[in-house]
Ligand binder design. Structure first.
Ligand SMILES: [Zn+2]
Length: 381
């Protein structure tokens, strides 16, 4: 039947632009396709095709290829010859890998749909799909988002629902055009601080992950839709302080910093939790780093000159953060706190979401004592 359809197409001449063979139980791609070099759209979805035919490489005018719901096991290498391809649908196959080199030829691809496959990883070469605007890999088994994906600077929409993603790389900040990010039903414990650099992000779905609170500055994102149900979010339920032992003021001295203390707690589902300070015995390094960072902020000419001769020092202090209370920098030791923020009225949110827990980092106990009443010390479970 397929051959009959093809013959009909061939009668239409070499200029046939669109071919559709959906749901025809095709097991082998018709090699006669090579006689249709002007083909723009080829739709072969809902068939039984396990591999593409080598002749497909002659279709250099093809802009849209749909091989959804077939039996492919890899993103086929032959696709690299389809240099005009803009839309590629490979959903509902058994794809677990990319053939090597395939991304090299797909320089004009703007849409890639790999939903419902068996991918456990993405190759680094995914970063070569420089024109990609829409990428959808829902319902796979990805654990890691390669940093190379964050070099796809034209990406506007990224869908990774129903995978096993553990964390989001800091490099996500480079996706400045990203407007829609769907990460529902993964294993993400925290979003990176750089997440708040996604200034064009309007839709975020992070439902069904392992997030307790959102990174500092999260409230500045201009989200129009935000879904976060099904996460173990911190709730605003302060519980009574139990004891204050080991609380030392964080001053420049030879003493060690406290490794833990209890203060104002939050309860998580009515369970008592313990406050903690990040860091162990890095006191001296931390104090030196704070001094250097502070002096650089104040534009101390001596240190400004010296830092040029010590790039390794610059590297060490570059991840420095700033205290939410006093604005002074710190490096490896801080107090983790949480602030509860009402979602914006212009934003559609998960049902029952009253307050969004947003992380706040504070440099010292002295600053902690000056916090607003809406800021609470955070506690490890
Ligand atoms: Zn401070």
């Amino acid at each position: 039947m397929v051959e009959r359809l093809l013959i009909k197409a061939l009668q239409g001449g070499e200029n046939t632009k669109i071919m559709t063979f959906t749901g025809k139980k095709i097991k082998k791609m018709p090699s006669t396709l090579e006689k249709l070099p002007a083909l723009k759209t080829l739709d072969l979805q809902n068939n039984l095709i396990p591999e593409v035919c080598p002749e497909i490489r002659t279709l250099t005018q093809l802009t849209s290829l749909n091989l959804g719901n077939n039996l492919l096991e890899a993103v086929p290498e032959e696709l690299k010859y389809l240099v005009s391809l803009r839309k590629l649908h490979l959903f509902g196959n058994r794809i677990c890998r990319f053939a090597s080199g395939v991304c090299d030829g797909l320089q004009n691809l703007i849409l890639l749909n790999l939903n419902n496959n068996q991918l456990t990883w993405l190759p680094q070469e995914i970063g070569r799909l420089k024109s990609l605007v829409y990428m959808s890999i829902n319902h796979n088994q990805l654990a890691i988002i390669p940093t190379e994906l964050c070099s796809l600077l034209n990406l506007v929409e990224l869908q990774l629902n129903y995978n096993q993603v553990i964390y989001i790389p800091e490099e996500i900040k480079f996706l400045k055009d990203l407007q829609k990010l769907l990460l529902a039903r993964n294993n993400i414990k925290a979003l990176p601080n750089t997440f708040c650099d996604l200034e064009n992000l309007r839709i975020l779905d992070i439902a069904g992950n392992l997030i307790q609170m959102f990174p500092p500055g999260f409230q500045n994102l201009k989200l129009r839709e935000f879904y976060c149900e099904g996460n173990p979010l911190l709730l605003k339920r302060p519980v009574i302080t139990t004891h204050h032992k080991d609380i030392w003021s964080l001053q420049i001295s030879g003493r060690l910093w406290p490794t833990s203390w209890t203060t104002q707690h939050l309860s998580k589902q009515n369970r008592k939790v313990k406050c903690a300070v990040k860091g162990k015995c890095h006191t001296k390094n931390e104090l030196t780093s704070r001094f250097v960072m502070d002096q650089l902020e104040e534009k101390n000419p001596l240190l400004m000159n010296a830092i040029d001769s010590y790039p390794q020092v610059r590297d060490i202090i570059s991840p420095g953060k700033k205290c939410a209370i006093c604005g002074k920098p710190f490096l490896t030791i801080w107090l983790e706190c949480v602030q509860f923020i009402h979602p914006s009225k212009n934003c559609k949110v998960s049902r029952n979401l009253q307050l969004v827990p947003v992380q706040i980092l504070i440099c010292s106990y002295r600053c902690f004592m000056q916090r607003s009443p809406n800021v609470f010390g955070v506690a490890d479970a």
